[in-house]
Design a protein around this ligand. Structure first.
Ligand code: NAD
Length: 295
C-alpha cells in the first residue's frame, strides 16, 4: 500500500483564502480590520522567524498586525503591563506572546494575564477548561489544524480509535480533547507508555507529537491508518554541514502501510499559522458581534 500524502500546504492556502474573504467582510461590517498583536521578547532566531512570518501572513489575510519587540532583559512587570494594555486596546482582537520567554519570566503568569477572549493561541487555563468542558473558546492552533486535516480526509470520526503520542499542553492534550469531542476512542501515549508500538498498532488515527526523529515506523501502524505527524526535528542532511527537517514518523516505511500521512515539511506546519489567522478572525467577529461562516 502506498499512502496518500495529505497536502497540508495546499489545505492551509485554501483556509487562508477563506479567512481573507471573511476578514474583508468583517472590515466592511465593523468599520475596522481584525487585529493580531504579537509580542516577542529577546532575540531567539527561530522565534524571530516565526514572528516575522506570522506578521506577514496576518497582513496578507487583510488583518492588522501589531508587533511588539522587547529586549531580552525586559523586567517581567513591563511585559505584564504591555499585555494589560493590549487587553484593553479595542483594535486588538488577538494576542500572542511568542514562547519561550527568557528564564527570568514566569510563562504561566504571563499567559494567565492574556484576556481569554483574545487568547488566539488557546494557551490560557480558561480556554483549556472551555475545551475540556465543551464550551466555546480558542483551541491551540496546531491541534486545531490537525483536526481539520483529519476531518477533511475521513469525514465523521465517530467511533474511530485514535492514539495521540505526546501529552504537552500545546499539542497532545488539546488534540486528545478535540478527538474525544469528535467521539473517537482516544488513547494518550507518552514517554512512560509501555509497549508503545502495540498501542499505536490499534489506531485508525495516529497523531505523533513527540519531538523524536522518525520514531514511529511502518511496522507500528495498522494498515490503512491515517497518520498526522506534528514533529519538527532538525537532523544532519545528505551534504556535510547541511541539516534537514524530519517528523516523528519515519515517512518511507510508514507510507507503505498507512492509508494517508502528512509529510514534514508541508503537512501540519503550514496549518498552524492558518489556524492562528482563523482564530484571530473568530475573536474579532465575537468581540464585534459580527456573524461569520464557520471555518
Ligand atoms: P513536548 O516536548 O512539550 O512534549 C513531547 C511529548 O512527547 C511529551 O508529552 C512526552 O511524554 C512525549 N514523549 C517523549 N519521549 C517519548 C517517547 N520516547 N515515547 C513516547 N512519548 C514520548 O513537545 P511539543 O511541544 O508537544 O511538540 C512535539 C513536537 O511537535 C516537536 O517536534 C515540536 O517541534 C513539534 N511541534 C510542531 C508544531 C507545528 O506547527 N507543526 C507545533 C508545535 C510543536
Amino acid at each position: 500500500m502506498t499512502a496518500e500524502t495529505i497536502d497540508g500546504k495546499a489545505f492551509a492556502a485554501t483556509l487562508r483564502g477563506k479567512v481573507g474573504d471573511q476578514a474583508r467582510a468583517f472590515e466592511a461590517a465593523a468599520g475596522r480590520q481584525a487585529g493580531l498583536a504579537v509580542v516577542l521578547v529577546g532575540e531567539d532566531p527561530a522565534s524571530q522567524i516565526y514572528v516575522r512570518s506570522k506578521g506577514k501572513a496576518t497582513l496578507e489575510a487583510g488583518m492588522a498586525s501589531f508587533e511588539h519587540k522587547l529586549a531580552a532583559d525586559t523586567p517581567e512587570a513591563e511585559l505584564l503591563a504591555l499585555v494589560d494594555a493590549l487587553n484593553a486596546d479595542p483594535a486588538v482582537d488577538g494576542i500572542l506572546v511568542q514562547l519561550p520567554l527568557p528564564p527570568h519570566m514566569n510563562e504561566a503568569k504571563v499567559i494567565a494575564t492574556i484576556d481569554p477572549d483574545k487568547d488566539v493561541d488557546g494557551f490560557t487555563v480558561v480556554n483549556a477548561g472551555r475545551l475540556a468542558t465543551g464550551l466555546h473558546g480558542f483551541v491551540p492552533c496546531t491541534p486545531l489544524g490537525c483536526l481539520m486535516l483529519l476531518k477533511d480526509r475521513l469525514g465523521d470520526l465517530a467511533g474511530l480509535d485514535a492514539v495521540v503520542i505526546g501529552r504537552s499542553n500545546i499539542v497532545g492534550k488539546p488534540m486528545a480533547q478535540l478527538l474525544l469531542k469528535e467521539s473517537c476512542t482516544v488513547t494518550v501515549a507518552h514517554s512512560r507508555t509501555r509497549d508503545l508500538a502495540d498501542v499505536v498498532r490499534r489506531a485508525d488515527i495516529v497523531v505523533a507529537a513527540v519531538g523524536r526523529p522518525a520514531m514511529v515506523t511502518g511496522d507500528w501502524l495498522k494498515p490503512g491508518a491515517t497518520v498526522i505527524d506534528v514533529g519538527i526535528n532538525r537532523v544532519p542532511g545528505a551534504e556535510p554541514g547541511k541539516t534537514k527537517l524530519v517528523g516523528d514518523v519515519d515517512f518511507p516505511s510508514a507510507s507503505t502501510v498507512a492509508g494517508a500521512i502528512t509529510p514534514v515539511p508541508g503537512g501540519v506546519g503550514p496549518m498552524t499559522i492558518a489556524c492562528l489567522l482563523r482564530n484571530t478572525l473568530v475573536a474579532a467577529q465575537r468581540r464585534a458581534g459580527v456573524r461569520g461562516t464557520e471555518i
